[in-house]
Design a protein around this ligand. Structure first.
Ligand code: SF4
Length: 255
């Protein structure tokens, strides 16, 4: 079994507990205009050209489960020391559910913790096929209304909510994450709606992921326009303000 991989990042912190290796899979069924990993959206192989460095990079290798496993196992000692492991991310990892299930099972057989990073905009079947080998989920929740979600990024917020409710009802370990996107979901009405939706779905603590522009150079390298190229970052005060209004329910770091 092979998976379409964008890149593998070692020593990740913030993609689940401890020090982790994050496997970014290629292909996504959403098109968030602020996405900071635009090279993961298309499922096809792409070449990024970084003009200032004169560097060319091919993204979208097909790697076997054994090849990925070998790379993840290189850092086993760090996982043991830190309580970390592997995180399967994307793109939308669950678009490759069959391969993800085999990879996650192989990792579990090696006693490696497996977390899955998803936007949840996939049929429940994808969670069922992979869930036996997943220890925890990083689950993105991006908008307060289904119209806003569908209009801006092309997904189905009802489906995202239903999948989240089912995971929580099964007692799964889930860290919900809200990417804070200026001008999209940081106004008081959007934050209130996301909070009330998430509470009614049974979510616990929520991580806030403030917008950043670190993906700008990748848009240039792909020859794409980045709609958020000049969007100002949120200030510390704005982020603190959101946290204070909603209390300790909002965190800024993954445990
Ligand atoms: S769901 Fe994630 S990977 Fe997909 S477009 Fe949105 S931010 Fe990018």
């Amino acid at each position: 079994m092979h998976l379409k991989v964008s890149h593998i990042q070692h020593f990740s912190v913030g993609d689940g507990p401890g020090i982790r290796t994050t496997i970014f899979l290629k292909g996504c069924n959403l098109h968030c205009p602020w996405c900071h990993n635009p090279e993961t959206i298309s499922g096809e192989e792409q070449t990024l050209y970084y003009e200032t460095m004169g560097r060319r990079e091919v993204c979208g290798r097909k790697l076997s489960v054994e090849e990925i496993l070998r790379e993840v196992l290189m850092d086993r000692d760090f996982y043991t020391e830190s309580g970390g492991g592997a995180t399967i991310s994307g793109g939308e990892a669950l678009l490759q559910a069959e391969g993800v299930a085999i990879l996650a099972r192989s990792l579990k057989r090696e006693n490696i913790s497996v977390w899955l990073d998803t936007a949840g905009n996939v049929p429940w079947d994808a969670f069922e096929r992979t869930g036996d080998w997943v220890d925890g989920y990083l689950y993105d929740y991006k908008a307060g209304t289904k119209e806003q979600y569908a209009g801006a990024i092309g997904g189905n917020l009802d489906l995202v909510g239903d999948n989240l409710r089912r995971l929580l009802a099964e007692g799964r370990r889930v860290r919900v994450r809200i990417p804070l996107i200026p001008g999209f979901n940081t106004d008081e009405a959007s934050i209130s709606l996301m909070c009330s939706n998430l509470r009614s779905l049974g979510a616990g603590m929520v991580d806030l992921l403030p917008f950043h522009r670190m993906g700008s150079n990748k848009y240039r390298a792909l020859g794409l326009r980045y709609a958020y190229e000049k969007t100002p970052l949120l200030t510390e005060d704005e982020i603190r303000g959101i946290r204070q209004r909603y209390g300790t329910w909002f965190q800024t770091n993954v445990e």
